[in-house]
Design a protein around this ligand. Structure first.
Ligand code: BG6
Length: 496
């Protein structure tokens, strides 16, 4: 029996994304990006479900409107653009070894297809990386966390157009050359599997503008992202052979709703959707299940000569995923208890399984079923299938927090959440999995990706801002801040 618990160099930290964190949407030469166009929708209307898709017409109208009349929270983020020194100091106080962040493509190439990069944008990230270095915090950088430049959505219909592959590779190369001595860990695309559900967010695609069928558009855009990711890895390895590249998926694991073999098979098919993405990024090949699905649905991928070799030759070094929840699935029946929908309704099929309530689990008001054991199940399964080191790049709970009169925030629910999940991650480590690190989601409160709310908070650090941008934007330490500090200091030993 080997040593138990987390490895000495375990990367503890937190995760964010530029579009939800930075603000300064029109500062430093930055262009508009896709999430800058998402308006806040009040909870009475959204009921906590996803509100992040924008239509082409809506987008055009917004471009004509006075920006002061629009409440687009991701334009504000939590103003990390001006607070990064203070925020990084707080991360350091918690003992972070790693900070996951993304570079906003539109800060580097404001229109996505510009000839030259924007020096002011490049300099901003230089400053952020230097600040992290001051505290020995390793950056883990996502190149595209939903921030496709808006111009690319309007002019090319986003990732449905092959030309984005070249533009993205150029952007990636610019970042690698500039930051080759400051960043070692990279992820190309955040939750690359989200293209199946959120084409505007993940792909900058206005589906109503596509001449092809919805599925054809989705799979073609995905192919473009797979090739772009592989080409970026190829460029990166030439620039610095020590770079480490990770895949990043949003894993939402499925349990069978009963022991009826048909339900088990349905759940297996649903989980294979995740494995499809890993198969392409880890093994460099399209799995039969995906090819079969495409054929059945008349999807005909347009590939260029050499695409398959590019995928095969440029696979990832580690697998990462975000983990928030699990659900049940099976052969649909009338009395099924269906989960509230996150995404637009799609007909149920192998790639869009029915999502059913699991009676064993507690549900949050944002329709998330909490399942710490599911984290262990996922970590073990990803390891068993691919044998690559695993990184938990997102995990957290969205909840309402109250800033008390004495400037304290008591968030025992968050501590419970992290305790139970980290315990399960530790079990997976003891099961034999090589887990590299863990970055809790939204280590500081940021704007929600799905609902653009501020009231759905994930952080250890409270930011005094509301859904309308009111507030001081002052930072306050929550109880969980002190708790996580203890966890990091003890390398995950002091969990109880
Ligand atoms: C992940 C995304 O899917 O979930 C993040 O990568 C996002 O960007 C997180 O913020 C939580 O979702 P939400 O909608 O609660 O912000």
């Amino acid at each position: 029996m080997g040593k138990k618990g987390f490895r000495e160099d375990f990367l503890w930290g937190g995760a964010t994304a530029a579009d939800q964190l930075e603000g300064g949407y029109n500062l430093g030469g930055k262009g508009l990006c896709v999430p800058d166009m998402v308006k806040y929708v009040s909870r009475e209307i959204s009921n906590g479900t996803n509100t992040e898709t924008v239509s082409y017409d809506e987008c055009m109208q917004m471009l004509k409107a006075d920006p002061k009349t629009l409440n687009c929270p991701k334009r504000r983020g939590v103003d990390f653009y001006h607070h990064y020194k203070e925020d990084i100091k707080l991360f350091a106080e918690m003992g972070f070894k790693v900070f996951r962040m993304s570079i906003n493509w539109a800060r580097i190439y404001p229109n996505g297809d510009d000839e030259e990069p924007n020096e002011e944008g490049l300099k901003f990230y230089d400053d952020v990386f230097d600040e992290l270095k001051k505290y020995n915090i390793e950056p883990l950088v996502t190149l595209l966390h939903y921030e496709t430049p808006l111009n690319l959505a309007i002019k090319y219909n986003g990732w449905s157009d092959r030309r984005l592959v070249k533009m993205f590779t150029k952007y990636a190369k610019t970042c690698f050359e500039r930051y080759k001595d400051k960043v070692k860990y990279w992820m190309t695309f955040n939750e690359i599997n989200m293209m199946l559900n959120l084409q505007y967010t993940a792909g900058g695609i206005f589906m109503e503008k596509s001449k092809d069928s919805e599925l054809q558009t989705i799979f073609q855009a995905l192919h473009h992202q797979f090739v772009a990711s592989a080409l970026a890895i190829e460029e990166g390895c030439k620039i610095n052979p020590d770079f480490k590249f990770g895949s990043m998926l949003g894993i939402s694991y499925y349990y069978p709703k009963s022991n009826d073999p048909l339900d088990v098979l349905t759940a297996q098919k649903a989980n294979r959707i995740n494995w499809f993405f890993y198969d392409v990024m880890c093994k460099g090949e399209y799995p039969k299940t995906a090819l079969r699905y495409m054929e059945k649905n008349n999807v005909c991928l347009k590939m260029e000569d050499g695409d398959l070799d590019i995928l095969k030759n440029n696979t990832v070094d580690f697998n990462s995923f975000s983990y928030y929840k699990t659900q049940c699935t099976g052969v649909p029946k009338e009395d099924d208890k269906v989960m509230a929908k996150f995404f637009e309704e799609k007909p149920v099929d192998d790639f869009h399984p029915i999502q059913l309530v699991n009676n064993h689990l507690e549900t949050t008001e944002w329709h998330v079923q909490l399942d710490p054991v599911g984290l262990r199940v996922c970590i073990n399964e990803v390891w068993d299938r691919y044998g690559l080191p695993v990184f938990i790049s997102e995990n957290g709970i969205g909840a309402k927090d109250i800033l008390e009169g004495d400037d304290k925030i008591h968030d025992p629910y968050r501590i419970d959440f992290f305790r139970s999940h980290i315990k399960q991650m530790k079990e997976a480590v003891n099961d034999g999995v090589e887990v590299m690190g863990y970055t809790s989601w939204g280590c500081i409160d940021i704007v929600s990706a799905g609902t653009s709310e501020m009231q759905k908070r994930y952080g250890f650090i409270y930011v005094d801002a509301d859904d309308y941008g009111n507030g001081t934007y002052n930072r306050y330490k929550k109880d969980s801040f002190y708790w996580y500090k203890k966890i990091i200091a003890s390398n995950g030993e002091e969990l109880d």
